[in-house]
Design a protein around this ligand. Structure first.
Ligand code: SF4
Length: 619
């Protein structure tokens, strides 16, 4: 048994499974090995890994980066650090770091996208137009005192640091970077480490080196998808036409002609490469490059436009085009170049070009190979060997933990009566699904969440469901702000005694980002399999992983869908006291090719008559 004090454990008791997690983490740290940790929700992964890595980092002069996919998860990590500090009175500095845009005190910057904001900020700084930055740079003695005050209050949540900076009118990001130099643990976002230019900038400013860092990636099942998005670049006829307007406003006739020509090239490529019925085709790097005269000069000219535009506007479309053209001439292996055409939501025709990343290891391997230890952890990292392959981790420790909660607290059912298979989507099937859902919702006491493969399918099934359901129905709306989403959830929770039903989508934010512990949620129904649309990107992903690992369908298609289903199902049981029913409603879940993907300790029951099982469970 591990000594609590030895690893700065923040609670009275180390649970047995936490003890095992700590042993695995310690082993990886001592051997300078990497760890892939598949451990179910509720096991206390954060409270086990943070103290184990922090205590090791303090003894060996290393820095811990705890990376999460969402800002909300920073809070749990900082709470753990506050408890460590209170309990052991240990002298270490922790930092809660979020993206620069979210730490900016300028107004309305949230409308800028992640590639536009850095340019905007750089421009203000260079021209000495940001008072918050000027204050930080000029009032050196006051800033030093201010940083000392912040350090004395450590650990602080990022919102608290932001408020303190806001009062004094210092740029919060610059203050955070000053704190980062001495921080022994930094709670940050994925891209602080996995975006190469952001990482290099951060490490240069903080005088840190990857080889002296322990990287913990929380909810790491998200990492492959996030990295693919990060390394993907796209332009469309719309973006180019907006860039033309910018060039005209600058009287830059050369740029206008270059962009006009680019627009024509896209239209001609669509005519040359696509049949009338095609909406996407693969093209080669050279197909675009050979049509653009003086490729590098065009990029430089557009970069100049972007810089001039940034003097008056926060975002530049010319800048987006130049970035795309730079990316387009990049690597072939691990990427697909896709030409698409179709109609936008408003009915406008569009043509777009995408340089799409297929292989996240292009970015992650470099981080993993050069860090002291990387720990990938999640409740859905199974099979662990897939993540080893996808993320390019050589010879890691693979560690899988069983569900720590009593087996009797959960009932896992597959109902193989319906399907959302594309070829069988019709009114009869929707009515059948609606009836089956309504029967379950009406018979299960308390709150229930139902997740569908898409919002569209949810709405089509709800046409029949709403008349059969006897409980109040809540809808997950698309495009809501964080506070609006939370407000819906709070209202839903209030129905825990009378019971309500929440209808969401597997790709939505409720399927992964919510915690409904205790009696707030009695059941989750996962309708259908959230398989990705078999578009060109998915086909290329399957081909790529077939060539690389001979596991194209598993890595590119089947496992990502099952992981989404398991994530949605995981909303129900969040602690050892929670009891609930998890229902997978699709005949494909009973097929061996899909059923083999369920965790072995879930003891799934396959039945077309779940009523008796459910009744007995809630007795
Ligand atoms: S220096 Fe700071 S406050 Fe100024 S624009 Fe950049 S992030 Fe915003």
């Amino acid at each position: 048994m591990i000594e609590k004090k030895e690893i700065l454990f923040p609670h009275d008791e180390i649970r047995e499974t936490q003890d095992q997690v700590i042993l695995q983490v310690t082993k990886a740290l001592k051997n300078k090995q990497h760890l892939i940790l598949n451990a179910p929700t509720g096991l206390g992964k954060t409270d086990a890994t943070i103290p184990a890595t922090l205590s090791f980092a303090l003894k060996n002069n290393l820095t811990v980066f705890f990376l999460t996919p969402r800002h909300t998860q920073h809070k749990i990590a900082i709470e753990s650090l506050i408890k460590i500090k209170e309990r052991y009175n240990k002298d270490f500095l922790a930092l809660d770091l979020i993206g620069k845009k979210w730490l900016c005190l300028q107004e309305n910057v949230q409308t800028l996208n992640s590639s536009q904001f850095p340019e905007y900020c750089r421009n203000l700084k260079e021209k000495e137009l940001c008072d918050f930055y000027n204050n930080f740079k000029r009032k050196k003695t006051w800033v030093k005192d201010f940083i000392k005050q912040v350090k004395d209050k450590n650990p602080l949540h990022v919102g608290q640091v932001f408020d303190l900076c806001s009062e004094e009118k210092y740029c919060p990001y610059e203050i955070c970077l000053s704190l980062a130099k001495d921080a022994k643990i930094i709670i940050a976002d994925y891209y602080h480490i996995f975006n190469k230019s952001i990482r290099e900038n951060l490490f240069e400013r903080t005088q840190k080196d990857l080889s002296d860092c322990i990287i913990i990636v929380d909810e790491a099942h998200n990492l492959p998808g996030r990295i693919r998005e990060l390394l993907t670049k796209e332009i469309s006829i719309y973006v180019i036409s907006q860039a033309i307007k910018e060039a005209k406003s600058l009287n830059n006739q050369e740029a206008v002609e270059q962009l006009d020509s680019l627009n024509n090239i896209l239209s001609n490529l669509a005519k040359e490469k696509m049949n009338i019925q095609d909406n996407e085709v693969l093209i080669k790097k050279i197909d675009l490059v050979k049509k653009i005269d003086y490729y590098e000069e065009v990029i430089e000219n557009l970069e100049e436009c972007a810089e001039a535009i940034s003097e008056t506007k926060k975002r530049s479309f010319a800048g987006s085009v130049s970035k795309f053209l730079r990316a387009w001439v990049g690597e072939d292996n691990g990427f697909a170049r896709i030409l698409s055409k179709g109609f936008s939501k408003s009915g406008q025709p569009f043509i777009s070009l995408t340089y799409r990343c297929l292989d996240p290891a292009i970015s992650t391997k470099e981080v993993v190979d050069n860090s002291h230890t990387t720990i990938m952890m999640s409740g859905t990292l199974s099979p662990t060997v897939m993540y080893q392959d996808l993320l390019g981790i050589d010879n890691p420790l693979l560690s899988e933990f069983k569900d720590p909660f009593p087996r009797d607290n959960r009932l896992n059912i597959v109902i193989p009566e319906t399907t959302t298979k594309f070829t069988e989507r019709n009114t009869t099937m929707y009515k059948k699904i609606a009836k089956s859902c309504a029967n379950l919702v009406n018979s299960i006491p308390g709150n229930i969440a139902i997740f569908f493969p898409s919002y569209k399918l949810r709405d089509e099934i709800n046409i029949y469901f709403q008349d059969l359901c006897s409980k109040t129905i809540f809808f997950e709306q698309q495009g809501l702000s964080k506070s609006e989403r939370e407000e819906t959830l709070e209202r839903f929770k209030k129905y825990k005694n009378v019971g309500a039903v929440l209808l969401g989508a597997n790709a939505g934010s409720y399927a992964e980002g919510i915690d409904l512990p205790g009696d707030l949620l009695k059941a989750v129904i996962v309708v259908g399999l959230p398989l990705a649309q078999p578009n060109l990107e998915i086909k290329e992903l399957i081909n790529y992983y077939d060539k690389k690992f001979q596991k194209g369908w598993d890595y590119g298609y089947i496992f990502p869908a099952i992981i989404k289903s398991l994530q949605a199902a995981g909303r129900c049981i969040r602690s050892e006291k929670d009891r609930g029913v998890i229902i997978f409603m699709d005949m494909r879940y009973a097929w061996p090719s899909y059923s083999r993907c369920f965790p072995k300790d879930w003891h799934i029951k396959i039945t077309k008559e779940p009523e008796k099982l459910i009744k007995d469970f809630f007795k």
